[in-house]
Design a protein. Structure first.
Length: 40
């Protein structure tokens, strides 16, 4: 049983882009999006 939250591909791509392309810290992006660092 997987009860985790499902994120859209667009959400995932934007979250990763904030870290990889824009240089934000993983912890900063995760906090801003309201998700855990592990989820990101």
């Amino acid at each position: 049983m997987n009860k985790g939250i499902r994120f859209t591909d667009e959400f995932k791509q934007d979250a990763v882009a904030q870290v990889v392309e824009r240089g934000y810290a993983v912890s900063e992006v995760a906090e801003r999006l309201g998700i855990s660092v592990k989820s990101l």
